[in-house]
Design a protein around this ligand. Structure first.
Ligand SMILES: [Zn+2]
Length: 349
């Protein structure tokens, strides 16, 4: 039975935190459990003489928030589908900016659950974004701007509409390993052979199952098995298919529609959350809470560190101007100012 409640979290924050972090036995980084307890509640190791507290080197380091506020955010993120920034801010009485930072941090820690390397992988790509909900005039303008119609007569074909819709959308890649765990990867700009090559090199993949797309062919050092969907063949010669990927995309689109105000800048963080939900679907709620709590109690990373991680992890095809990105983030409304290389950008009021 799931015994956690808000009242329980507030009353037993100290016990719960230590239970998640150390299994109720405070331990030093060197592995020793022989500790002095200081007056202010911190610990001193008898072996290496290091002084530390129960929040040092975790998600709650350098934070003025109380432990129950962090525990509540972790509890909500591990049990609900998702929560909006405004709602979380009301529940734990913090500002919207603080709630935004908290959720951003937790979504980063969810990526630690992913695998980094795999020999065998099922790969497929998909496109998500708002083309169906756009007005006709906006679609017409977009197609005119990006050359998807005749420049003089302004006529277009059905295939040109399809090409424009996939050009406007964001591209994501689903990679599933032999243990049925998945990673969702956001690709900025257009998808092509070089991008796929770099991803396969990063994960060290040697055996690929894919559909008939030419993106996955001719990659040195890999065996590629393909099934031909256009000829209505859903299985490869060895009897495997790409349907697990389609399943993950169905999940992704359902949860993604539930999230409001996602941006392309932070899309990788939202995908982390969705992949975490899918991979831990079969576990009980208590186990999911424990898993996420343990991930959040690992190494400390600052808010700026997450932005840097996104830049390193993103796979960019077209060069994106960083200043343009920053101004977009300010328009988004959750951030008032951003410091970038000694320049301070402020939101216009
Ligand atoms: Zn020690």
């Amino acid at each position: 039975m799931f015994k956690l409640s808000v009242k329980y979290i507030i009353e037993h924050e100290q016990e719960l935190w230590q239970k998640i972090r150390w299994n109720s036995v405070p331990t030093c980084q060197c592995g020793s459990t022989h500790l002095y307890v200081l007056k202010d509640g911190r610990f001193k190791c008898k072996h290496c003489k290091k002084i530390f507290s129960d929040v040092s080197n975790t998600i709650a380091q350098n934070s003025n928030l109380k432990k129950w506020q962090w525990l509540y955010a972790i509890f909500v993120m591990s049990t609900l589908k998702s929560i909006s920034v405004g709602e979380l801010a009301k529940h734990i009485s913090v500002s919207i900016t603080t709630a935004h930072r908290m959720l951003r941090k937790i979504r980063y820690y969810m990526s630690k659950d992913n695998f980094n390397r795999t020999d065998f992988a099922i790969i497929d790509e998909a496109h998500i974004g708002a083309w169906a909900n756009m007005k006709f005039s906006k679609k017409f303008e977009y197609m005119k701007e990006h050359g998807f119609m005749d420049p003089v007569s302004h006529t277009y074909t059905k295939s040109q509409i399809l090409a424009a819709s996939s050009h406007k959308k964001e591209h994501i890649l689903s990679i599933i390993n032999a243990d049925n765990q998945c990673v969702l990867q956001h690709i900025r700009g257009q998808i092509n052979h070089d991008v796929i090559k770099s991803i396969i090199k990063r994960f060290g993949i040697k055996h690929i199952i894919s559909d008939e797309s030419t993106l996955y062919r001719n990659i040195p050092g890999t065996i590629v098995e393909q099934c031909n969907h256009s000829k209505r063949k859903w299985l490869t010669d060895s009897g495997l298919s790409t349907n697990p990927c389609e399943n993950r995309f169905a999940w992704t689109k359902r949860i993604y529609n539930y999230m409001t105000h996602t941006t392309a800048n932070d899309l990788q963080l939202y995908l982390n959350q969705i992949a975490f939900k899918i991979n831990n679907n079969r576990k009980s709620l208590t186990d999911v809470f424990d898993t996420l709590g343990r991930l959040c109690c690992t190494e400390y990373i600052s808010h700026n560190g997450i932005t840097n991680w996104l830049r390193q992890n993103e796979i960019v095809n077209e060069p994106v101007e960083i200043e343009k990105q920053i101004l977009e983030m300010l328009d988004y409304g959750f951030v008032d100012k951003i410091e970038h290389k000694h320049k301070i950008y402020r939101k216009k009021r």
